[in-house]
Design a binder for this molecule. Structure first.
Ligand SMILES: Nc1ncnc2c1ncn2[C@@H]1O[C@H](COP(=O)(O)OP(=O)(O)OP(=O)(O)O)[C@@H](O)[C@H]1O
Ligand SMILES: Nc1nc2c(c(=O)[nH]1)N=C(CO)CN2
Length: 563
């Protein structure tokens, strides 16, 4: 197993490698030609079907079919080309797989996939559609080269060396590994991945994280053809790696504005303002003109006590709005990113197929009835299937069923004054879902986390979350020393979305004190501005708002102050 590297052995002839059926392997993936993010997704899908690139019997025992499961993925990175610098930037990531395929057979699988995805011979370290390397294989130390030829790295062709012989000099491999297995000890160097990464000088320009958004609908223009079911890329967002020291010449940090389009007659904040198609389109046009990066379309209000809406009704509200945007005569409106705000797999599927590029789920896939949490419920399984199949980014929000209930976080009071209990509760509870999803097929690079302002939190709880939003994803450990539950923050490093716009906790604050006044949601624009400024200061990647023109201004000025 990868986690325990105490028993490394040098295996000179990996053909004899038959000791176990369940090997744990780390693979590195890179691409800098064509639609790189699509190439990477395509390679991962081929990888999970190794039989298509293997002869029978190559698993190590007769009559045992090869199997390979991707059990973890890193974030996706953009990195400056190393070695041959005169080529486009690379997209790099890594994954952990569990497999019964032996090392040399696995190398053959990877070479076959490289060819299928479109890799053609090029100069050494030159541009490529896809590159798949075996970085670690259990704790094994493998080298197929004759002893006399192990003094150089110029003779690797057709051979296998594991751990990958250039691992320790490559930030573009160590950093993705650090996302998944920071404490793995390199079986030769006897250092953790964390230590190896710390030892490396940081690349210049620094690596950045990437969120690729796929292009839907997938029919239409020829540049947008599906590649064996894998969508092409519409847009990529990049953002700085949170824990990296600021470079000497930093790029301004961008906070994306998500415009909220409710196609519900009973939404809490804008009622039925946008149920009429013309008003919805006017809102989209003005939001795009104001600089919104993404339009979030919802067809089922999440406010406490909202009327039940059937999946068919929800779909019939959302899909026409998506289609209208995608059919808009103006290119900037037609091409804007769209997320669908739903917890239902069938609605998500219909909306993305019609043109949405992202799923925004207030229940983080676990469905409206899963508090206390039941991870392997039907909603979760189906949402994973839809999101994985469509290869879309997902906003995963913390909630506890009904937004107005379950506000007690005392079980996390062990976190004490320094780590407030609501913040700790969100890390633990949302973290559990996020970890489960990433282990069950949702790529880490697609996940945006949302603390769920206004969902099952008191006013003070919401404020605690807002003012500490950055700590939600910090590298400080979670859990209690006393209860022996200390561990890495499962939300470490994820990008954040904050949705505080017009919410009732703002109204409650405005009603306090001598000059307090009652407000309707639409009268909370200035209050929202304060929360948005805080979200920017806390380095959120996205703010979900209603008043896009005004909040874009707030984002721009707070960004200039704090980025
Ligand atoms: N751990 C390993 N993973 C992948 N290939 C390996 C490994 N060890 C040795 N090789 C050999 O390296 C050769 C070159 O691989 P490839 O064409 O991917 O090179 P590259 O991408 O230019 O360099 P690198 O693999 O260092 O990123 C392959 O023929 C393969 O047999
Ligand atoms: N940044 C970056 N540089 C590279 C990469 C890569 O994946 N990323 N791969 C190479 C050959 O495998 C050569 N150089």
């Amino acid at each position: 197993m990868l986690a325990d590297s105490s028993a490394s052995t040098l295996i000179e002839n990996p053909r004899q490698f038959t000791d176990s059926w369940n090997h744990v392997v780390a693979l590195a993936i890179g691409s800098n030609i064509g639609d790189s993010c699509r190439n990477i997704e395509y390679a991962l899908r081929l990888l999970e079907d190794p039989s298509s690139h293997l002869q029978s019997g190559e698993t190590g025992a007769p009559n045992v079919p090869p199997h390979l499961v991707v059990t973890d993925t890193s974030f996706m990175y953009q990195s400056a080309p190393m070695y041959v610098t005169d080529q486009p930037p690379f997209f790099n990531c890594a994954c952990i797989v569990e497999t019964n395929v032996r090392p040399l057979a696995l190398l053959r699988v990877l070479k076959g996939i490289e060819e299928t995805v479109g890799r053609v011979p090029s100069i050494r370290n030159g541009p490529r559609a896809i590159d798949l390397d075996i970085i670690l294989y259990d704790d094994s130390v493998l080298d197929t080269r004759p002893l006399a030829e192990r003094t150089t790295l110029d003779n690797l062709h057709g051979q296998l060396v594991v751990p990958h012989p250039r691992l320790c000099e490559r930030e573009f491999v160590l950093r993705p590994l650090f996302d998944m297995i920071p404490d793995y000890i390199h079986p030769v160097q006897r250092k953790t991945i964390r230590a190896l990464l710390e030892f490396l000088p940081l690349s210049d320009p620094p690596m950045e994280r990437v969120i690729p958004f796929p292009k839907y609908p997938s029919s239409g223009d020829t540049s947008n053809k599906m590649l064996s079911g894998v969508p092409s890329t519409s847009t990529r967002w990049t953002y700085p790696i949170p824990t990296q020291p600021a470079p000497s010449n930093p790029k301004p940090r961008k906070t994306h504005v998500m415009a909220t389009l409710n196609t519900t007659p009973d939404s809490f904040s804008d009622g039925s303002d946008h149920t009429a198609p013309l008003s919805a389109i006017a809102y989209v046009e003005s939001s795009v003109a104001a600089g919104a990066s993404i339009i979030d379309i919802g067809g089922y209000s999440t406010k406490p006590g909202a009327a039940f809406v059937s999946p068919e009704e929800e779909t019939s509200r959302v899909v026409p709005a998506v289609e209208q945007i995608r059919g808009h005569p103006d290119a900037s409106a037609r091409q804007v990113l769209i997320s669908v705000d739903t917890f239902r797999p069938e609605v998500a599927k219909a909306a993305v197929s019609a043109g949405a590029n992202c799923i925004n789920d207030v229940h983080a896939f676990s469905g409206p009835n899963s508090y206390p949490l039941n991870l392997a419920n039907e909603n979760m399984t189906q949402m994973i299937e839809v999101a994985k199949d469509l290869a879309v980014p997902v906003v995963l929000m913390h909630s506890r069923g009904d937004a107005g209930k379950n506000k007690d976080y005392r079980e996390y009071s062990y976190a004490g004054e320094n780590e407030a209990p609501v913040l700790e509760g969100v890390k633990v509870e949302l973290g559990e879902k996020v970890e489960y999803l990433v282990k069950h097929g949702i790529r880490r690079w697609f996940v945006i986390v949302d603390p769920g302002i206004g969902f099952s939190k008191t006013v003070e709880g919401n404020l605690e979350l807002l003012r500490n939003a950055g700590r939600l994803v910090s590298d400080a450990e979670i859990g209690s020393e006393h209860l022996n539950t200390k561990r890495r923050n499962p939300l470490f490093g994820y990008p954040i979305l904050i949705g505080a716009s017009r919410k009732s906790f703002l109204g409650e604050i405005l009603s306090r004190g001598e000059n307090g006044r009652k407000t309707t949601p639409k009268e909370r624009g200035w209050a929202t501005a304060a929360a948005v400024a805080c979200a920017v200061q806390q380095k959120s990647l996205v703010v979900r708002v209603h008043d896009t023109r005004e909040m874009s201004d707030v984002v721009q000025v707070s960004g200039a102050i704090w980025s």
